[in-house]
Design a protein around this ligand. Structure first.
Ligand code: UP5
Ligand code: MG
Length: 190
């Protein structure tokens, strides 16, 4: 039998825009596998891998981990899942990430889900999250915002120029945001 086509949706948006929260909802309703690049990197730190210290230091500074590290983790997780539909959350974060992923995997995203939210609201959410993340302090949050604007927004603009971006107003309550998300995912009904 022919292999099923791999469907990848990149889920992008600033720190605290609600990527992880909404991906959990999408998984439940549409049968995608959620791969958070940040979660995979944090698991790599915990596993005691040789890259762990480097990754930890970069996350603490809000910097983007070299793409070969992240792409390897994403590829392994895709294989392990046994699924063919993926939400890739928080990746690609810069042009180099994007080009390397396309080159290595030969996968082009079906579309990009972009959660648009004000920094004021994102800051409020991150400071009240209380999950012990090393990057949820005001100093690192400011660095994450700067990296998002300077390095990650150009990736969203790139896909927007190809007509591939679905932008969502992510400043609203969780259930209202999910209503907008559902409308976009309805063609992918599990
Ligand atoms: N919340 C969510 N939605 C809400 C809503 N609509 N109204 C009110 N509250 C809402 O949400 C954040 C908080 O807000 C939660 O408490 C939630 O309940 C509430 P969440 O869904 O977690 O938002 P998310 O966008 O996932 O925020 P996150 O902090 O995970 O985003 P980042 O992009 O900053 O984090 P990520 O884990 O992707 O990356 C962390 C670091 O890893 C990066 O800074 C970087 O150093 C490194 N990294 C790489 O180097 N390369 C990668 O490819 C990925 C990460
Ligand atoms: Mg997240």
């Amino acid at each position: 039998t022919a292999e099923k086509k791999v469907v990848v949706v990149f889920v992008l948006g600033g720190p605290g825009s609600g990527k992880g929260t909404q991906c959990a909802n999408i998984v439940e309703h549409f049968g995608f596998t959620h791969l958070s690049a940040g979660d995979l990197l944090r698991a790599e730190i915990k596993s005691g891998s040789e890259n762990g210290t480097m990754i930890q230091n970069m996350i603490k500074e809000g910097k983007i981990v070299p793409s070969e590290v992240t792409i390897k983790l994403l590829q392994q997780a895709m294989l392990d899942s046994g699924n063919n539909k993926f939400l890739i959350d928080g990746f690609p974060r810069n042009e180099e990430n994007r080009a390397a992923f396309e080159h290595v995997t030969k996968i082009e995203p079906e579309f990009v889900l972009f959660f648009d939210c004000s920094e004021e609201e994102m800051e409020r959410r991150l400071l009240s999250r209380n999950q012990g993340r090393v990057d949820d302090n005001i100093e690192t949050i400011r660095k994450r915002f700067k990296v998002f604007v300077e390095s990650s927004m150009p990736v969203i603009e790139y896909y927007n120029s190809k007509g591939k971006v679905s932008k969502i107003d992510a400043g609203k309550p969780v259930d209202e945001v999910f209503e907008a998300v559902k409308a976009i995912f309805s063609p992918y009904n599990a």
